[in-house]
Design a protein around this ligand. Structure first.
Ligand code: S3P
Length: 169
């Protein structure tokens, strides 16, 4: 089976959906952020604080390259993994790319009390989230399947992905 790669903004549900999808498919689940953290021996907050975002993006590309060598994984990416055109090419070459979206209100609510995401330090108002989403929209749109998760259960989203994989995966 090809890898299934979940992309989407912070709080779009990639990790929850990814874990549930992996269980359903009997696949191994890989969280790219967790892989970066374990390889670096530092939290994402610490990587950003000590070495800056460009270094984090480098580690992110290396992590994407290493999953490209695997098959049959369900992978959740960090929200900014799609920014680099090189990453997008690697992700498409690595498997089926599924983009999860959610309404700005839902994302803002899910991220309200987060402390682990350095990019939200400068603010997490619906206006700021909307601006970041608008900037990234063309990159998120570069996917084989897009699902709006707003108001849907995790099981519904997983079933939608599984149906897509049966017909087109
Ligand atoms: C980021 C999203 C985060 C993490 C890092 C940067 C982004 O991942 O990779 O904080 O640029 O949107 P999640 O989408 O899993 O929160």
């Amino acid at each position: 089976m090809r890898n299934v790669i979940l992309t989407g903004f912070m709080g779009s549900g990639k990790s929850t959906v990814g874990q549930c999808l992996a269980r359903r498919l009997g696949s191994r689940y890989v969280d790219l952020d967790a892989l970066i953290v374990s390889r670096a021996g530092a939290s994402i907050n610490d990587i950003f604080a000590r070495n800056g975002e460009p270094h984090f993006r480098q580690l992110e590309t290396e992590a994407i390259r290493s999953i490209s060598a695997c098959d049959g994984l369900v992978v959740s990416t960090g929200g900014g993994a799609v920014i680099s055109p090189v990453n997008r090419e690697l992700l498409h070459a690595a498997g089926v790319v599924v983009n999860l979206t959610a309404s700005i209100e839902e994302i803002a609510a899910r991220l309200a009390s987060d402390t682990e995401r350095p990019l939200l330090r400068e603010g997490r108002s619906p206006e700021r989230i909307a601006a970041m989403l608008a900037e990234r929209e063309p990159m998120y749109a570069d996917a084989d399947l897009r699902i709006d998760t707003t108001g849907k259960s995790v099981e519904d989203v997983v079933a939608e992905i599984a149906r897509f994989l049966e017909t087109k995966g």
